[in-house]
Design a protein around this ligand. Structure first.
Ligand code: RIB
Length: 364
């Protein structure tokens, strides 16, 4: 009968997939087919390691044959978890986040969790909307790259009882677990690469300084140049800042038109992420400019496409997959350990040098 409950209290008895006679397969249909108890079927669904492999396979085959699909909503109503986790990122069209989601998904799948991805495009209102939806869907935890510096609504969400791990953003005072990459270090290694290659006038194309990653990358430039700008520095290095409204290909393409009449003494361009750099490349190529044959270009993230564009893009490598995987593991620890203490994981970026920044030297 639909709605049958399992003998061991597993109440996902009501399948949601019609059997051949049009009825929804139940946990009883599976038990009968596999010639095991309701409890054994429930164990296969909830704790498969407890069931002998041969029996487990027989039950899984019966689930396949009967078309049984467990009803998580019914299970939730009786106190079971949703086995779902949300991940809220800035921009799902940015391969940086796609790879990060992949890492989180792999970690969560190992423990039987579903991942629900949401993209805020940097909007605090959209972030609030998604947090509300995820709470209504009773997700067991959320991984989030905050849409802005204000963490209040995320902290409030957490304080209402849903574990949260920050990704690509550190917590202000350890109130949440977080996984980040040292973007100050990343900005430093990018500009140092250009300076060591002889560039003395460098254009920095940055996203909005309201984005923490953009601020830290720019701060890293100053850290690297600090020693170079001492009064005794033999040669002066100038960084010209250009801020664009978003860290997107479109913003890079748009700004490339301004670069056509770039100051000829600028011999290198650093972009705050690879999408901007790829947009600059596309814009210059569309206008027939050969600027990139004379000017070095460096991006940030080292997304998959960076090695595929031409010239291949020099970029600061962020361990995108590892960011997502590590954040999901921290969340799983918090879900399984009542004594969990929040902590931060911080990765160090490194530079991947490719054609876009080599074989170019500063003007004579
Ligand atoms: O989303 C903006 C940027 O921040 C991404 O490209 C990645 O660099 C992240 O850190």
């Amino acid at each position: 009968m639909a709605g049958d409950s399992g003998a061991d209290g597993d109440n996902s008895g009501t399948g949601t997939h019609p059997t051949k006679d049009g009825k929804k397969a139940t946990i009883r249909d599976v038990a009968k087919k596999a010639k095991v108890s309701l409890g054994t079927v429930s164990n296969v669904l909830n704790d498969p390691e407890r069931v002998a492999p041969a029996t487990r396979n027989r039950v899984l085959k019966a689930i396949e044959v009967t078309g049984f699909v467990r009803n998580i909503a019914a299970r939730q109503l009786r106190g079971g978890g949703s086995k779902a986790v949300g991940i809220v990122i800035l921009d799902s069209s940015n391969p940086f986040f796609t790879e990060m989601i992949r890492g989180a998904e792999d970690a969560l799948r190992q423990e039987g969790y579903l991942l629900i991805a949401c993209s805020t495009d940097g909007s605090s209102d959209r972030e609030a909307m998604y947090l509300r939806h995820l709470e209504e869907h009773q997700v067991e935890g959320v991984l989030i790259t905050p849409s802005n510096d204000d963490l209040d609504q995320i902290i409030d969400f957490h304080d209402r009882g849903t574990p949260v791990v920050l990704v690509d953003r550190e917590a202000n005072s350890g109130e949440l677990c977080s996984v980040t990459v040292d973007d100050v270090k990343g900005g430093s290694i990018a500009i140092s690469h250009l300076v060591e290659d002889g560039h003395r006038k460098i254009l920095f194309v940055n996203g909005p300084m309201s984005i923490r990653q953009c601020r830290d990358r720019r701060a890293g430039v100053d850290v690297a140049l600090k020693g170079q700008r001492s009064p005794h520095a033999t040669d002066w290095i100038e960084v010209i800042d250009l801020e664009v409204p978003s860290l997107s290909i479109a913003a890079g393409e748009e700004i490339s038109l301004e670069l056509l009449n770039i100051d000829p003494s600028i011999s290198a361009i650093m972009c705050a992420n690879d999408l901007l750099a790829i947009g600059v490349m596309r814009g210059l190529a569309s206008s027939g400019s050969d600027l990139l044959s004379r000017v070095a270009l460096v991006g940030y993230d080292d997304i998959t496409f960076s090695s595929l564009v031409s010239p291949a893009l020099t970029s600061v490598h962020q361990p995108q997959y590892d960011l997502g995987y590590a954040a999901a593991r921290l969340l799983l620890e918090e879900l399984s350990d009542s004594g969990h203490r929040h902590h931060e994981i911080r990765f160090t970026p490194d530079l991947v040098v490719r054609e876009s920044s080599i074989k170019k030297s500063s003007p004579a």
